[in-house]
Design a protein around this ligand. Structure first.
Ligand code: NAD
Length: 468
């Protein structure tokens, strides 16, 4: 064998050796991390890892590692979607796979950062975005896996670390997602514990996490309870709270497209997403046509008053709160329970009612869409504003009247406002929006990006560096 062959053989052996060492270290790190169970230990390890991540990994290194997370997680989208479906018994598998893929491929990364520079007579001012440190991220049962992926990419981009608090109803899928991410971090030689997770999902552990002195920012994605808890912690917080998004269809809308879009948005993952159309407000002169088109495209209209009363009893408690075990089922499940044979491919149940009805007022998170008629756009807009309850979350319009679209955009003051598309266009499905699964409604952060999890720091040089 010639000299070159010898070198080749040597390099193969070295590669094998390096691979074996990496595997061994990865296993040891995982073992060590599994041993940590107390909140204090988990946060302590996350703090150390975050310091290394902030100081030893520049933007280029972070970008490479986050790209590896993205590409290596992608083949697990289906596995994670199935696990989330099984864990929570909510939602639709195909939509869950899409959500994971969306979080992996369309969450913005370090490329999102720009430095602001202001030069004046007295020199140069720089404003840069710096990490907070270790963030506590509280995740919802309705979207456990995609929130972890989306938050991980955004938070790590800015040099932060994160400790996730899983929802009790989504423990297995949350732990598995974090395990996969940590495995990739280890393979890439990055500090594994920069992404950590509480080993249990108790409220006590969550409270201990939020009040831990080394937690520097709280990101709370969920209902009003968790947002209140985060905001009363005395720490900086992102409150991504509930919504009740209205969709308004006026007489100028392209009706067939509007019908299809409303069904697609309201039935996506069985209406679990906080951005999804939760009640339909239709201008009277097109309401019947719209309903007919919807019924030709996957909706089933429940007309019988006694069956509507049965449905209310099936999914709501006596005081009209949602029954948790009825959230996010397929439309066919509710129909079967009412003794109705579901039409093939039904995705959504349509119920015409008035504004006071709990199906309009409550955030159902079920593929049951209440429809209310209004005389005209003005009446519809006033109603949309009332039923959104001031959450400032999301709203949707189907119209070709520019004035109506502008009026609604201004009046609703929502974090997300979609014109002539399903609600999910606002998180990047079939459009250009970057993906966000934590929408800072209560605290005004809006759809979160890597910038949302950073502090602004100013640095100036007096008397120099202006070049004109
Ligand atoms: P949830 O409020 O029941 O649970 C969310 C998380 O908060 C869980 O991890 C839970 O353990 C914790 N939690 C609940 N009550 C708490 C309390 N009193 N103190 C401290 N922690 C508490 O929410 P869910 O049912 O899992 O998710 C659905 C809700 O989340 C809906 O209201 C939906 O609109 C909202 N959501 C909002 C966004 C957003 O970006 N704005 C995204 C997804 C879901």
């Amino acid at each position: 064998m010639g000299a070159l062959g010898g070198i080749f053989m040597e390099s193969v052996r070295v590669d094998d050796l390096v691979k074996k060492i990496v595997e061994k270290v990865t296993k040891e790190l995982a073992q060590e991390a599994k041993g940590r169970t107390s909140v204090g230990e988990i946060v302590g390890a996350a703090v150390e890892a975050q310091r290394a991540w902030q100081w030893d990994y520049n933007l280029d290194a972070r970008t490479k590692i986050l790209s590896a997370i993205k590409s290596k997680l992608l083949p697990h989208a289906e596995e994670l979607a199935k696990l989330a479906r099984d864990d929570t018994d909510m939602g639709r598998l195909d939509d869950k796979i899409l959500k994971k893929k969306l979080a992996i491929t369309k969450t913005p990364g370090p490329e999102y950062f720009t430095t602001k520079a202001i030069s004046g007579d007295n020199g140069l001012i720089l404003e840069e975005l710096a990490p907070f440190g270790v963030i506590a991220s509280i995740t919802p049962s309705t979207n456990p896996v995609a929130t972890v992926i989306n938050n991980t990419i955004c938070m790590l981009s800015g040099g932060n670390g994160v400790v996730f608090s899983p929802h009790p109803g989504a423990l297995r899928c949350t732990l598995r997602t974090v395990e996969l991410i940590r495995g990739i971090l280890a393979e890439e030689g990055a500090p594994v514990e920069v992404v950590s997770v509480l080993s249990d999902a108790s409220l006590d552990s969550l409270k201990e996490l939020m009040s831990h002195p080394d937690i520097k920012l709280i990101s709370a994605t969920g209902g009003p309870g968790v947002v209140r808890a985060a905001l009363s912690s005395g720490k900086p917080a992102i409150g991504a709270g509930p919504g009740n998004p209205p969709v308004l269809v006026d007489e100028t809308a392209h009706l067939e497209k509007a019908a299809k879009d409303v069904i697609a948005g309201a039935s996506f993952d069985n209406n679990l997403p906080c951005i999804a159309e939760k009640e339909l407000i239709a201008v009277n002169c097109i309401a019947d046509d719209l309903k007919e088109l919807m019924c030709h495209n996957g909706a089933y209209e429940l007309k019988d008053r006694s069956k509507i009363a049965d449905l209310v009893e099936l999914v709501l408690t006596k005081d009209h709160k949602i029954k948790k075990d009825m959230v996010g089922k397929n439309a066919s499940v509710y129909l079967e329970k009412l003794g109705i044979t579901p039409p093939p491919n039904v995705r959504l149940i349509l119920v015409e009612c008035d504004e006071k009805h709990p199906f309009v007022q409550e955030e159902l998170m079920m593929p049951i869409l209440a429809m209310v008629r209004v005389a005209d756009f003005r009446e519809g807009l006033a109603m949309a504003k009332r039923v959104e309850h001031g959450f400032k979350h999301s709203a949707i319009i189907h119209s070709t009247n520019i004035d109506n679209m502008s009026d609604m955009a201004k009046t609703m003051e929502t974090s997300m406002f979609v014109k002539n598309a399903p609600s999910f266009a606002s998180i990047g499905v079939g459009g250009d929006c970057p993906t966000a699964f934590t929408i800072g409604t209560t605290t005004g952060h809006g759809p979160t990006t890597p910038l949302s999890f950073c502090r602004i720091r100013r640095c100036l040089l007096h008397g120099a560096f202006r070049i004109v």
